[in-house]
Design a protein around this ligand. Structure first.
Ligand SMILES: *Cc1c(COP(=O)(O)O)cnc(C)c1O
Length: 329
């Protein structure tokens, strides 16, 4: 099967499995798992932060970060389509009594700073306390503009807002922007990144921040049931991925470019490509028909978003383009 539904479907390579098998283990709730500690140190060093915390998922990483930044009755500003607002079951509101204030992303995946300014609440007992602002990078595959990011941080500082980056795919952003990941990650008060997206790890995410923040985040992790004992078995996959699977993301972006070009040439679709994602809109027919046709050709899609990842080769991209061609013929 060629699976284009998401980059979460990537599997550990034989080398990664071998590395996991040999991982040194201990009880991470006591802080004694050497592999978890090594992964956290590596992630902190790569992102330019003081400390890091291994967590079960990206959703847990974002939730813990919001709970650590905010108190009951605070609010966080996030994109209308942001994972932290739309796709996490309302966790911050349910579990933290933290209110979201969503605003639309612009066409570059940014929160327009004038829009943000308009929703910051005055210091008045009628209002929730605006405490935190969350960005996403990449956002729907779009790497945020570096100049925007520096304006954003200046703005947050001027307005006394804490900052969190949902960096589920921050390495894709760094590769696309041709900068070290620390340049993107370091200015944020906290960042969560996913090891389970496009990097081959079976599970896991990491929060990076300063030491005091991570100490507080560890309490929330325990409370949420995320203290995972001999988690080094899984964390080892993260160490392997951070050392071996980051640079190669560039070839996913190239494959996505090739796929977009081939699909565009069919003249039947509107196609846009962002890092490892290709978005299509059909000019006629339905997605259901297309999905069934592609499945007959061993290709899985879920919606208008085709996601390219490390378990796909250039040959697979060629096969996908051919299956689309046969559909339109
Ligand atoms: C996938 C994703 C997450 C959460 O990841 P899970 O590990 O599935 O909980 C968070 N933010 C963004 C932008 C994502 O794409």
């Amino acid at each position: 099967m060629i699976d284009l539904r998401s980059d979460t479907v990537t599997l550990p390579t034989p080398e990664m499995r071998d590395f996991m098998f040999k991982a040194e283990l201990g009880d991470d709730v006591y802080g004694e798992d050497p592999s978890v500690n090594q992964l956290q140190d590596l992630a902190a060093q790569m992102t330019g932060h003081q400390a890091a915390l291994y967590v079960a998922s990206g959703t847990q990483g974002n939730l813990i970060s919001i709970l650590t930044h905010c108190q009951r009755g605070d609010e966080y500003i996030a994109g209308q389509q942001a994972h932290t607002y739309r796709f996490e079951g309302g966790g911050a509101a349910v579990l933290g009594s933290v209110q979201p204030q969503p605003i639309p992303f612009n066409e570059r995946g940014e929160l327009d700073l004038n829009d943000v300014r308009a929703v910051i609440k005055p210091d008045d007992h009628h209002f929730a306390r605006t405490r935190l602002i969350c960005l996403e990078n990449t956002q729907a595959g779009r790497a945020l503009d570096l100049a925007y990011l520096s304006e954003f941080h200046e703005f947050a500082q001027e307005n006394g807002l804490a900052t969190h980056l949902d960096g589920a795919r921050v390495f894709n952003a760094a590769i696309a922007s041709k900068v070290d990941v620390s340049q993107i990650a370091k200015p944020f008060g906290s960042i969560s990144l996913c090891l389970s997206k496009g990097l081959g790890c079976p599970v896991g995410s990491i929060i990076c921040a300063d030491k005091a923040f991570i100490d507080e985040a560890r309490k929330w992790r325990k409370m949420l049931g995320g203290g995972m004992r001999q988690a080094g078995m899984m964390a080892a996959a993260g160490i392997f991925a951070l050392n071996n699977h980051i640079e190669r993301l560039a070839s996913d972006h190239e494959n996505a470019e090739v796929l977009a070009r081939e699909l565009n040439e069919l003249g039947q679709l509107t196609v846009t490509q962002t890092t490892n994602m290709v978005f299509i809109s059909l000019e006629s027919g339905t997605f259901d028909d297309l999905r069934v046709h592609l499945l007959d050709h061993g290709i899985m899609i879920s919606d208008d978003r085709l996601v390219v990842h490390m378990d796909l080769e250039r040959d697979d991209i060629v096969k996908v383009a051919a299956a689309f061609r046969s559909y339109f013929e």
